[in-house]
Design a protein around this ligand. Structure first.
Ligand code: GDP
Ligand code: IMO
Ligand code: MG
Length: 429
């Protein structure tokens, strides 16, 4: 099996969890490389639905190792609840199938506090974050005042680091955000306990992965957010604070780019976005609601209604180029059944010009009007189709059109949330 990076090719919630769960059957290790519990990855197995926030989407497969890389940020309380929930549902989660990089940064109570307070202060100009402390924890990492898992599990080191950081962060919370200072003692007590429990999971993930590779093992790298939410290449500032792009798989796990064989981009047959920020192909009003209802488009983490829009070939081409997407998995094609005609965004009108490339400036993107090509839809329910050739002509043409517009071959088409609702069109390239 090749070493695969699976990334979301849009603004998130493309069905990454569903695709990782599927492909994890064929690899030895699934590695999460960025993001934290802002992610919500849904996996449906029979009648059972599991939403994973921290754990890699390979955790539900027996005999697979799941690892959390150094690029991820971990909220220990949330992680341990997630582990307890899976154990209660009968899944095995222990240090034989879950390891966490000792370089992983820890989400602390002040990160959540700052995230929520800042958003409230910004009002209209907010990012629309998940409120999980993600921006502030990555900010501390970059500012070199973060607390890593290695620090947390060493009581003396943790005491020193926390005392240092909390003084600085409390000054910010009280003087700038007008909040109450957080107590050293209660954080120290709670988080020391987490450190004690997490000790058994902590390891040098880069060393573990590189050893596995040298012994012929295969790895699936799981991106948490979508490529357009990447801190460098996304629609900044309306992004998350980590490297969701394929390059993040290397910096977020300590595995070299030369070890990666395939980058699979997961994209919905249409587009959604949660939170603020420009979205040229967004559909407002009743038709947007129709798509939201048909696709059950409500956030897996916050429950917020997702903004819905047509497939955007300009944005996807950009994601394909910047991430080296070598194959696509198109999800939720079933949701488009019943639309008489479907719009595909093939360009942007910007100040009298037609753009076919994705602008780097967010304010320019906000001014862009979509240029649509209207294609015929199909009325048939496609959920039970098992061969690509059995899909209605409109659905087949739609997939072929996506390939033509993006220049990337479609490896798989998903027709439902559960494992078996998938059509494979070509080998994974
Ligand atoms: P992720 O964050 O990229 O893993 O995606 P989410 O889990 O947040 O959102 C995707 C949603 O679509 C979940 O509720 C999935 O169960 C569901 N889903 C995934 N693939 C399909 C599909 O092909 N058809 C339908 N109808 N639902 C799907
Ligand atoms: P999955 O893994 C959709 C969005 C938030 C907000 C922005 C910044 O389920 O695809 P943050 O809390 O990260 O600082 O918020 O990023 N966002 C997501 N949108 N799916 C996600 O994860 C997201 N994770 C973050 O809505 O606009
Ligand atoms: Mg999600």
């Amino acid at each position: 099996m090749p070493n695969i990076v699976v990334i979301g090719a849009q603004w998130g919630d493309e069905g990454k969890g569903r695709i990782v769960d599927l492909l994890s059957k064929g690899v030895d290790i699934v590695a999460r490389y960025q993001g934290g519990n802002n992610a919500g990855h849904t996996i449906v197995i029979g009648e059972e639905k599991v939403i994973l926030h921290h754990l890699p989407s390979g955790i539900l497969r027996e005999n697979k190792l799941s690892v959390i890389g150094n690029g991820v940020v971990v909220d220990p309380g949330v992680l341990l609840k997630e582990v307890a929930g899976l154990r209660a549902a009968g899944y095995r989660v222990d240090s034989s199938n879950l390891r966490i990089s000792d370089r992983t940064h820890i989400i602390m109570p002040y990160h959540r506090e700052i995230d929520v307070a800042r958003e409230a202060l910004k009002g209209e100009g907010k990012i629309g974050t998940t409120g999980r402390g993600i921006g502030p924890v990555y900010e501390d990492k970059a500012a070199r005042r973060g607390i890593k898992l290695a620090d947390l599990i060493d009581p003396e080191c943790f005491r020193e680091r926390l005392a240092d950081v909390l003084e600085e962060r409390n000054a910010y919370i009280t003087k700038v955000l007008g909040g109450e200072p957080l107590s050293f003692d209660s954080i120290y007590e709670e988080y020391s306990e987490y450190g004690e429990i997490l000790k058994e999971f902590s390891c040098d993930v880069s060393g573990l992965l590189n050893k596995a590779l040298s012994e012929g093992g295969s790895i699936l790298f799981e991106g948490a957010q979508g490529a357009l939410l990447d801190i460098d290449l996304g629609t900044y500032p309306y992004v998350t604070s980590s490297s969701a792009s394929s390059g993040g798989a290397c910096t977020g796990t300590g595995v070299s780019p030369t070890k990666i064989d395939v980058v699979l981009g997961v994209a919905k047959a249409y587009t959604t976005r949660v939170g603020e920020g420009p979205f040229p192909s967004e559909i407002h009003g009743d038709e947007g609601k129709r798509l939201r209802d048909a696709g059950a488009e409500y956030g897996s983490t916050t429950g917020r209604p997702r903004r819905c829009g047509w497939f955007d070939a300009v944005a996807l081409r950009y994601a394909a180029t910047t991430n080296g997407i070598s194959s696509l998995a198109i999800t939720k094609l079933d949701v488009l059944s019943g639309f008489e005609s479907i719009n595909m965004c093939v360009g942007y009108k910007y100040r009298g010009e037609t753009l076919t490339t994705f602008p780097s400036s967010c304010s320019a993107l906000a001014e862009c009007e979509p240029v649509y090509e209207e294609v015929p839809g199909w009325s048939e329910n496609v959920s039970d189709v098992t061969e690509f050739e059995e899909l209605p002509e409109g659905a087949r043409n739609y997939i072929r059109k996506i390939e033509e517009l993006t220049g990337v071959g479609v490896h798989a088409v998903s027709l439902g949330p559960s494992r078996e609702k998938i059509l494979f069109l070509s080998e994974l390239a």
